[in-house]
Structures are given as structure tokens and as C-alpha cells.
Design a protein. Structure first.
Length: 343
């Protein structure tokens, strides 16, 4: 019988990997969460809207802010005065003043969450689609939380797909940014009102049936888009634009709607072709402003502005992204690189 070995093996001890400084999550104090006056004031806002008022009040107090700029998108501006009153009264903070530069200002981005009737939506899907079908769910940012909840609830009976077009959140789409689905689905279901954002994913996926569920009216509808007419109008605008010598490049001034890099690329292309151009900065397109520059032959939009073209010269525009319009003596060549496809 062999004698037991007495060899000792020395194993070096690995040093633990260096860690960065620990981050402690900011906890909203109970004195804010349980503030009866604040709770009563919040009741003035719709119960199914989460504006993160408690967090906003906490951040204002942390910063000891005396002047607060409040910015809301057009669809939420109806609540601006109410939110301003809630934040302003207990903190003597002046809200709503105009600012030209945000450099060095502390920012708080609030993802407004709107709750909807999830049970009604689930019943609607089950009534209209047979079990086992593949469904893609998309929405705007306000309903992303609800989208994730209903997607999880439908997974036992359906092949659910929540696409993502980075840097947007999973399932989120915009009027200028939607994913091309790289897998088979039987239908696209959009949670939201209106068609502006829905048409984005319809253009990106012309062969997939699209449906819309309006969380406000609870109406579920099949949606259609005239792709042939859109392409015909695009080509018509491109053909006319070939003859243009003087160009106007419209850059949006709201948030990050404009892309300076794309603008610079277009300017370099026009310079190489010997074309003259003028930069135009607008928050929204008003033909009356463009009429002040009759020397411009064509306009190009390297941005996601929504033109104010309703009922102009008898033309009604419900949604115009990706579509060329002819107003007065102008050619509107709408430029959306994410939707340009192979054209």
C-alpha cells in the first residue's frame, strides 16, 4: 500500500478585482411621499398618468433650486400649469421661464407613464387572433410599461415579439424611427392613438398587416397605408428636385429633432454639385415663412419636423413623413434616412 504523499501545492490567491465607488440609490424621503398637501395636489392630475411628481419635488429640494425650467411635449402641455403649480408653491421656485442655453443646468428627464385597461386589451387580442400566432407589439414611450406587461401576459398563448430599434426602448417607435422586423410575424399591433408613429413601422414593414389599439377609446382597428402612392410622390419630388439650383435645408430646433451631422453631409454634397443653399432653423414648418424666401427652389428636411400644411390650397395632410408635397412654388423633399430603403 502506497504511503500517503506529503507534497504541498501552493496556489496563489487572486486579488479581488478593483471595484468602482459604490452608488447609493436616491431614496425619496417619506416626508415627501406621505406629504398630505402634495398628495392632494397630485389628485388634480389624471389618475392613470404618472408624472413622477414626488421624484421631481425631491430633486428640486436636493438642488435647492429657485428657478426651474419646465418643458413638455405638445401632447402633455395641457398639464403644464397644473404641474407648475404643484412644484412651485411649496418651493418658491419660478417655473416656465425661457432659456437659450442648458449648459451646466441640472436635468431631470421624466418618462411619463400612462396606464391603460390591460384586461380589455388582452381580451381584444384573444378575440381577434387565434392562439399560436406570432404578434409584434410596439408603442410610444408613454405605453412601454403597459406593453411589457401585456406581452408577458400573452406569451403563454402567442409567439410574442417586442422589437427594438436602438437607442429607443424595447417596443418603442417614433415617427422617424422604427425597426425592420427580421423575423416572421402574423401582425403588428400598435398601442397608441393617432397614426403618425404607426405609419413609421408600416413603411418599414410594408408586407405585414398592421393594427392599432387606441388606449383612450379602446377601439381596435386594421390600418392601411398606400405605399405605391407614397413612392410615386417621392419619385415625383426627386425628379423635380434634380432641376433645383437653390436649396433650403431645414433643421429642427426642438430637442434633438435635427441632425447637424446629416445637415453638414447634405451641405458638402450640394457644394460638390455646385448648388447654392440656405440654412433654415424652424421649430415647425409654416409655408408663410417659406414664402419669404421665393428664391429657394427646393427644401430638404434632415429632421423630424411635422409641417403645418393642413388645409393649405385645398390639400389636407394627415401624415406626411416620407411623402413629397408641392405647395406654392416649393418642392418639399422629405428626407428620412432610416426609412429611405433602397430608393
Amino acid at each position: 500500500m502506497a504511503a500517503p504523499t506529503t507534497d504541498v501545492q501552493i496556489v496563489p490567491v487572486k486579488k479581488p478585482a478593483a471595484r468602482g465607488p459604490r452608488r447609493v440609490a436616491n431614496q425619496i424621503p417619506d416626508e415627501i411621499l406621505q406629504d398630505p398637501e402634495l398628495q392632494e395636489a397630485i389628485k388634480a392630475l389624471p389618475a392613470n398618468y404618472n408624472f413622477e411628481i414626488h421624484k421631481t419635488v425631491w430633486r428640486v429640494r436636493q438642488a435647492n433650486a429657485k428657478r426651474v425650467a419646465l418643458q413638455l411635449p405638445e401632447g402633455l402641455q395641457m398639464f403644464a400649469c397644473t404641474i407648475s403649480d404643484i412644484i412651485e408653491r411649496p418651493h418658491q421656485a419660478l417655473l416656465g421661464f425661457p432659456i437659450d442655453s442648458t449648459a451646466g443646468i441640472k436635468m431631470l428627464y421624466v418618462f411619463v407613464d400612462i396606464q391603460m385597461d390591460n384586461a380589455h386589451f388582452l381580451d381584444t387580442v384573444k378575440f381577434n387572433f387565434a392562439p399560436g400566432q406570432s404578434l409584434a407589439l410596439v408603442s410610444t414611450i408613454q405605453f412601454v410599461a403597459a406593453l411589457q406587461a401585456v406581452s408577458a401576459a400573452l406569451k403563454p398563448e402567442y409567439d410574442m415579439f417586442v422589437p427594438q430599434c436602438r437607442p429607443l426602448s424595447p417596443g418603442e417607435i417614433l415617427g422617424c424611427t422604427s425597426p425592420r422586423l427580421d423575423r416572421h410575424v402574423n401582425a403588428i399591433i400598435y398601442l397608441g392613438d393617432g397614426r403618425f408613429h404607426l405609419e413609421s413601422i408600416m413603411i418599414a414593414n410594408p408586407d405585414i398587416p398592421a393594427y392599432r389599439y387606441d388606449p383612450y377609446s379602446k377601439v381596435f382597428s386594421r390600418e392601411y397605408y398606400d405605399h405605391e402612392a407614397m413612392r410615386a410622390l417621392r419619385h415625383q419630388a426627386i425628379d423635380k428636385a434634380r432641376l433645383a439650383q437653390r436649396w433650403g435645408l431645414i433643421l429642427g430646433t426642438l430637442g434633438r429633432q435635427g441632425s447637424p451631422k446629416v445637415l453638414e453631409h447634405l451641405e458638402s454634397r450640394l457644394q460638390s454639385l455646385g448648388k447654392s443653399f440656405t440654412r433654415v432653423l424652424l421649430s415647425e414648418i409654416f409655408p408663410s415663412k417659406l414664402d419669404l424666401m421665393p428664391e429657394v427652389d427646393a427644401y430638404d428636411l434632415p429632421t423630424t419636423l411635422f409641417p403645418s400644411l393642413d388645409n393649405i390650397q385645398g390639400i389636407f395632410v394627415g401624415n406626411i413623413f416620407g411623402v413629397s408635397l408641392f405647395i406654392s412654388n416649393f418642392v418639399f423633399l422629405l428626407y428620412f434616412s432610416s426609412l429611405a430603403g433602397s430608393e
